[in-house]
Every structure is written in C-alpha cells, then in structure tokens.
Ligand binder design. Sequence first.
Ligand code: ADP
Ligand code: MG
Length: 246
Amino acid sequence: MFEIKNLTFGYSEGKNIFKNFNFTLGGNEIISVLGPSGCGKTTLIKIISGIIKNYSGSIFIDNEKIDNRINTIALIPQNYGLLKWKTVYENIELVYKIKKIKPDKEKIIKISEKLEIKNILGKYPEYISGGQKQRAAIARAFLTDPQLMLMDEPFSALDEFTREKIQNLFLKLRSEKKIPTVIITHSIEEAIFLGEKIAVFRGNENISYNMYNNNFSGCGSEKSSDYFKFYSDLKNEIKRGSDYDN
Ligand SMILES: Nc1ncnc2c1ncn2[C@@H]1O[C@H](COP(=O)(O)OP(=O)(O)O)[C@@H](O)[C@H]1O
Ligand SMILES: [Mg+2]
C-alpha cells in the first residue's frame, strides 16, 4: 500500500503544483498516470523518489512514513539513467553497490536472459539501441526488489514494434513479482495496456485527478467498441484537463 497525504509543493512561491494532494495505491497494482504536458507528473515522481525534498505532507509505504535511506523505490527515468562510462553489466550491478551488498552475478545473468540482453552485457550504453537501454534499466529496477516502482514515460522513445515487445517483457517479469507500480505516460493506448487503474491529472496548479478502473489492461490487438469508447473518454478528459488552467 502506497499513500500520499496532503502533499503541497511548488517550484516558486505563490504557485503550488500540488496543494493538499492525496493519492492512494491500494494493493500491488499498476497505475497509469495520464495528464497534459507540464502538469506536474515528473515532479510527482521526483517527490516520491526523494529527488525533491522540500515538500510538505506525508508519503507512506505500508503505513510507514517513507524514508529514502530505508525504503527501496526503483525509478526508471525517461532517459534510462545509465552511466555511459560503465558497461551494461556494470550499470546493472550498480544497484548492489549503492545498497552496499555483494552483487549477485547469477541473478543478474538470469534477469538479463529474461530481458534478452545477456549478449550485450559487456557493451557501453552508446553502442546499444534504445530498446536495449530500456531493458537494462528495467533489469536494474527489478533487481532491487523494490517496494514501489516508478516509471516516467518509460517507453516513449521507442519505436512501436520495440515498445510492444518490451511492454510485454515488462508485464511478464512483473507477473512474477507484483510490485506496486506508477507508470507515467502520454500514450493513452499504453496507459490502457499497462494500467490496472488510470489516473488522469488535470490543471497545472493545485492538481486534481480522476481515477478510472480499467477493464482493458493487457488487451491485445482485438479492440472492441467499448475499448474505443473508454479511449475517447480518457482523451476528452485529458483535453479538458489542459484547458483547465490555460
Ligand atoms: N526544476 C524546475 N524548476 C522550476 N520549474 C520547474 C522545474 N521542473 C519543472 N518545472 C515546471 O513545473 C511544471 C510541471 O513540470 P513537470 O513535472 O515536468 O510536468 P510533466 O512531467 O507533467 O510534463 C511545469 O510548468 C514545469 O515548467
Ligand atoms: Mg514529465
């Protein structure tokens, strides 16, 4: 269970992106977050992951106040967060070094096989494709056994074919280990495919949101008229949200 209570934060005085903002993630579900560009989605992820600290309010994991020294939160940033002077293997191994524990080579190899990156473990990030970088970032995230996984537009830089493949690999890995996950995306299709619930943010000050239950997650290429109705409801909601404050 993950909970945000009375979050208030703004970059500049007098403009609060979040004001007494509340958000709850019940079980070990995946929640997709949609919303107009610039509304504050990345800011929220930075707050939860401890990059931004000067907020007021409380964040809880399993009813305990979050402590970034103790809690393990995996963040997959938009640019994958790989160090270019380290090989893919060394990048993945870093999670153990950060936690000051002995790297589990067997586990790294095993997850690399599942994500089909075993053959590029010795390469440097600039010599691999976007899809391979993404899979390295996913491997790293799962290895930390996180209590919460945060993903910021994780698949947006990939071509359609690669995106579908990696989304499926991600869902497969995640079905083995149900970690509460927040996925920010600007793709409605992706939000529906991945999220068990979908939150649509609105406004760029004092953000609010509507939460939808999603009956279409994981649905394949066969899309019903109900799917398209849901899709257009979400689209209209995002559009209304961007008109909100502008
Ligand atoms: N470091 C920063 N300093 C000041 N303003 C920022 C900073 N980062 C983002 N912002 C502003 O905060 C708002 C929300 O940004 P962001 O969270 O990146 O939105 P989103 O991810 O939803 O597109 C935007 O108006 C953006 O310009
Ligand atoms: Mg963003």
